[in-house]
Structure formats: structure tokens, C-alpha cells
Write a protein that binds this ligand. Structure first.
Ligand code: ADP
Ligand code: MG
Length: 271
């Protein structure tokens, strides 16, 4: 299924491993700190889940990483390059964001939303190739037949899937997903969790995946960044024991249940 997708060759050895790095990152919207101080070292080509209750700063962290916050304390970098209010310094790093409200252009159809993003992110690719990628990702996210619909004629879950298709289609180096499966029914959600892991294995990017669902955080993340209700340092949880299992074995494995208990215990303690 990945035929026709060019694997990026822009990664260089010196960039390997640096990934997303935060040092003493703090955010204050003007009424006191809502995030941090945060220190993170998330090596390239890993899936990291961000878990925390409502208001713990998950969306704020993603906005900072996307370069959408005009101001924050401390530093944030990707691949050794600072992230500022205009994204990553240097234009050859692509960042994809699936915001919590989907962020679709209401005046464009589903396929036009994906094509427009591709045109911006991959201007050198041919129109035909971009069009094929848009169709393919809409099909993979279960939206075949709905390509010509405007967002207002799609359900919340369908709009959310257009946003996911769009983010995957542009094949960003750093993919930021803000509760991307929250509007989906359980079966569709499991399908898309599988699609996410499969497409990541075929072309590993760096992903920061926000969720408030403990199971989802454990099923998807190599590491889990736990934020707590009051601003303060995060708890970083190694999840390699579950991450390295085959997808179909995860839910039934002892390591999964042990991790679930571990995280619930921390949540109770840090409430
Ligand atoms: P989460 O995504 O974990 O629910 P957010 O990052 O959205 O949390 O919000 C963290 C805190 O920052 C909340 O208390 C929220 O009210 C506040 N906040 C978020 N965005 C803004 C903003 N633009 N202006 C002021 N306060 C904000
Ligand atoms: Mg949020």
C-alpha cells in the first residue's frame, strides 16, 4: 500500500536521535503558569503519548511544539533547531498538527482540504501524485465516497478523520496529534490506532500524541509523558515493554495490565 510514497532522504546522521527537546519549558497565558517547567528528550522516530487530565496543558504543549505560541519560557527544539513562533528555524522540517477542533477549512471539500495541505507541504510533487495521495489517505481512514463533502456535511468523527488523513498525507517529520480519535466510536478508533502504528512502522516519524485515555496512551506510546492538573514537572514513563509487543497481543498481555495499574496509581497520587 505504500507504493508510490517517497521515503524522505533529508534526514542526516547528525540529526538522528535529537528529536524534540524541551528545557525548562513554561507557558503562561497571563494568569499564572499552565505548563512546566518541563524537560523532555524525545528522540526522533518515536511515538510519544501525552496523558493528563483536562486543563493540564496538553494542547498548550502541542501548540508550543507546532510553533504556534507567540511566547514561552525556556527552550524547545527539534532536530537541534530552535522552535519559535514561526515553527522550526530552517524550512526543511515539516510539522503536521491535528488540532483538537480538527482545523478543517469549511469552504473546501474533504479532498480539497487534503490537497491544499499537500500543495503547501509538498509543492514539488505533481498534482496527480498529490491527488492520488489525498484519495488514498481518505480511503485508509474510511472516507471513500465522502471525498466531495464539505465539513458541515460530515459528522464530527468523519471531520476528525479528514484531519487525520490530511496530517498523514503530508508525511511530516514531526506529527502532533491532539486527541485525534476522541470523536470516534470504539471500533473505528481501534482501526485508526492500528493504521497509525502500521504507517508509523513503514515510515517512522516523530509523533506526539495527546490523549486523556490511559489505555490509548499505553497502546500507542513508546514513552508516556504524564502531565498533572497543577503545573509542575511531568512524569515520564518508559513503555517499551508494551510498545515492542505485536499490536494484536498488547491488550491481553501482562505488561499492558501492569502498566495500566502503574499509571492509575500515579494518577491517584498526583491528583
Ligand atoms: P488540556 O489540553 O490539557 O485540556 P490546555 O492546554 O488546553 O489543557 O489548557 C491548559 C490551561 O491553560 C487551562 O487552564 C486553560 O484554561 C488555559 N488556557 C489554554 N489556552 C488559553 C488561552 N489562549 N488563554 C488563556 N488561558 C488558556
Ligand atoms: Mg486539550
Amino acid at each position: 500500500m505504500e507504493k508510490g510514497v517517497v521515503i524522505d532522504s533529508r534526514h542526516t546522521a547528525e540529526k538522528e536521535g535529537q528529536g524534540l527537546v524541551a528545557r525548562a519549558l513554561t507557558v503562561d497565558y497571563g494568569e499564572g503558569p499552565v505548563l512546566g517547567p518541563l524537560d523532555l528528550d524525545l528522540p526522533e522516530r518515536g511515538i510519544y503519548t501525552v496523558l493528563g487530565p483536562s486543563g493540564s496543558g496538553k494542547s498548550t504543549l502541542l501548540r508550543a511544539a507546532a510553533g504556534l505560541l507567540p511566547d514561552f519560557g525556556g527552550s524547545l527544539s527539534y532536530g537541534g533547531r530552535p522552535i519559535g513562533s514561526a515553527g522550526v528555524a530552517g524550512a526543511d522540517i515539516r510539522i503536521g498538527l491535528v488540532p483538537q477542533n480538527y482545523g478543517l477549512l469549511p469552504w473546501q471539500t474533504a479532498i480539497a482540504n487534503v490537497r491544499t495541505a499537500l500543495k503547501i507541504a509538498r509543492p514539488d510533487e505533481s498534482r496527480a501524485r498529490r491527488g492520488a495521495a489525498a484519495l488514498r489517505w481518505l480511503a485508509l481512514t474510511g472516507l471513500s465516497g465522502l471525498e466531495g463533502r464539505y465539513p458541515r456535511a460530515l459528522s464530527g468523527g468523519q471531520q476528525q478523520r479528514v484531519a487525520i488523513a490530511r496530517a498523514f498525507a503530508i508525511r511530516p517529520d514531526l506529527l502532533l496529534l491532539d486527541e485525534p480519535f476522541s470523536a470516534l466510536d470504539a471500533v473505528t478508533r481501534e482501526d485508526l490506532q492500528r493504521l497509525l502504528l502500521e504507517s508509523w512502522r513503514q515510515q517512522p516519524s516523530t509523533m506526539l500524541f495527546v490523549t486523556h485515555d490511559v489505555e490509548e496512551a499505553i497502546l500507542l506510546g513508546r514513552k508516556i509523558v504524564m502531565l498533572t492538573a497543577a503545573a509542575g514537572p511531568p512524569v515520564l514513563i518508559d513503555n517499551e515493554a508494551v510498545f515492542s509487543l505485536a499490536d494484536e497481543d498488547k491488550r491481553d498481555h501482562d505488561a499492558f495490565h501492569e502498566q495500566t495499574r502503574h499509571i492509575r496509581r500515579i494518577m491517584r497520587e498526583r491528583r
